[in-house]
Design a protein. Structure first.
Length: 174
């Protein structure tokens, strides 16, 4: 005799596939949109669709892996006025709370540490399940001044204070 469970099927995601995941940003400079990515990051994930409020996520970003479509920016961004990657080689996001908004949408609150400064951020995330893989898409806007990015002559420059961050974290079902 077989029994049928009327409960929802729980799906767990505990590994991040960095090769399939992306972390990008855009900003405005002198009226033009500049696009960039971070090529190296490590993600730690513990997400169960039945109990998303217990989820944990951590992302450690190698700031030297920055790629931008502007050669001057590629040279300048690692310098002390910007990311200062010699002193602060990594940025870290660590979740502190996950709120289920329904329809596979979540609000993840966490601490973002960049240049030795930590700020609480809220990140709206959409989860899409495709072929035994979870795709977590999210976007947020940071103020570079909150993290003292673009100091000195750049503080009131032609580079926008708003930096749009987008990510796609890909994780296989467990």
């Amino acid at each position: 005799m077989f029994s049928v469970c009327a409960c929802a099927h729980a799906v767990e995601y505990t590994e991040v596939n960095p090769a399939a995941s992306t972390l990008s940003f855009t900003y405005n400079q002198m009226g033009s949109r500049v696009y960039g990515t971070f090529g190296k990051f490590v993600g730690v994930l513990d997400f169960n669709t039945t109990h998303p409020q217990n989820a944990r996520a951590k992302l450690i970003i190698d700031l030297d892996s920055i790629e931008v479509d502007d050669s001057d920016a590629k040279t300048e961004l690692p310098k002390p006025a910007w990311f200062d990657t010699a002193t602060y080689p990594k940025a870290t996001f660590e979740s502190t709370q996950v709120k289920d908004l329904g329809n596979n949408q979540y609000l993840i609150t966490g601490s973002l540490t960049l240049r030795g400064l930590t700020q609480e951020v809220e990140v709206p995330v959409q989860l899409k399940a495709e072929n035994a893989v979870g795709i977590f898409d999210g976007e947020l806007t940071l103020k570079r001044s909150d993290f003292k990015i673009g100091l000195g002559e750049w503080a009131d420059s032609v580079v926008s204070n708003d930096i749009n961050i987008r990510f796609r974290i890909v994780a296989p079902e467990r």
